[in-house]
Design a protein around this ligand. Structure first.
Ligand code: FMN
Length: 301
């Protein structure tokens, strides 16, 4: 650090610093992607699956029926925040972990999946760090009953695909490698510590090129919608379990693919997520939602 300071102090300032623009900055690559993936009328009907309720095929009922929960959904929605830092200590039980995975499976009458008319095309490569009763390691969670052979042939051939001891039979979770993956998890998430300091983090693996070719370019967006939906379920499930989550949009997809020896573009990582014990930052202030519209409050400032 001192060395860097010395170099900077001895340096000469050249050029003109560019201040942040107050106006809209154009990103032509994003505009091009938006245009290329626009839907033709009625295109969303394509790829719909009449029988999209996948979890009902896996299990007749969730691990713990949703109606039994005493947790107030409105409170969870309001309190949910992204964690900025995780403590590197807090663990969750295997039962809690399985319950969270269970909620990622679409089910009749269970939001938000009851409004999602397509079969899942996203699966999870999971770094388990601190789950009591489950060895640390790299796991694969499949969200559709038809993907197993295709995924298996796309990933490293010597993965054992071991079923974890004690995992509910209907949950399609497989251990690929046991071991400490904290460093690799951080690395693939742009070296962000939150990916290694939690109970687990994951990369969402999309059934990519074939599904886009079969359905049309707009399907690319649909894959991201599904990743967002998965992220929102994880945010709320983390709160319900007394821990906290953060969506991770900064990740090295190729590094994650390499870890799984996943070549080509049949499967691609689209979004990452981490869950663990949060560390609050006292410098941040939390106001209630829409407090800026509360005129009474502003008159007193
Ligand atoms: C798509 C997406 C990607 C994100 N990527 C990151 C990330 O790479 N690293 C991080 O620390 N937070 C990430 N976040 C969390 C955001 O910083 C956070 O959602 C934002 O600050 C708003 O805070 P809130 O979620 O508490 O409302 C991401 C959130 C979303 C929705």
């Amino acid at each position: 650090m001192a060395k860097l300071r010395d170099v900077l102090q001895a340096g000469a300032w050249v050029g003109r610093a560019n201040s942040l623009s107050p106006s809209h900055v154009r990103w032509p690559a994003i505009d091009a992607a938006v245009e290329a993936t626009s839907q033709a009328d009625g295109a969303t009907q394509k790829g719909r699956h009449a029988d999209a309720v996948v979890a009902d095929k896996f299990a007749p009922s969730p691990v713990r029926p949703v109606v039994d929960s005493q947790i107030n959904a409105v409170r969870l929605v309001k309190q949910r925040r992204s964690c900025l830092s995780l403590d590197g200590i807090t663990s969750i039980t295997a039962e809690t972990f399985y319950r969270m995975l269970d909620r990622l499976l679409p089910r009749t009458g269970v939001p938000p999946w009851d409004v999602w008319p397509w079969v899942p095309h996203l699966h999870c490569g999971i770094f388990v760090h601190r789950v009591r009763g489950l060895p640390s390691g790299l796991y694969l969670f499949e969200r559709s009953p038809t993907v197993h052979e295709r995924l298996r042939s796309a990933l490293r051939a010597d993965f054992p695909w071991k079923r974890p001891e004690g995992c509910p039979e209907y949950l399609p979770l497989f251990a690929l490698v046991e071991g400490d993956f904290r460093e690799q998890a951080r690395m693939v998430s742009c070296h962000q510590e939150i990916a290694g300091d939690g109970a687990f983090s994951l990369g969402m693996i999309a059934e990519f090129s074939e599904s886009i070719r079969a359905t049309g370019a707009w399907w690319y967006r649909r894959l991201f919608w599904e990743s967002g939906l998965l992220g929102q379920v994880l945010y709320l499930e983390a709160e319900a379990a007394g821990v906290r989550g953060t969506g991770i949009g900064c990740y090295f997809d190729d590094a994650f693919h390499n870890l799984l020896s996943m070549g080509g573009d049949r499967f691609q990582s689209l979004y990452h997520f981490t869950v663990g014990g949060p560390v609050d930052d006292p410098r941040l202030m939390t106001l209630s939602a829409y407090s800026h519209l509360d005129s009474a409050r502003f008159e007193t400032i």
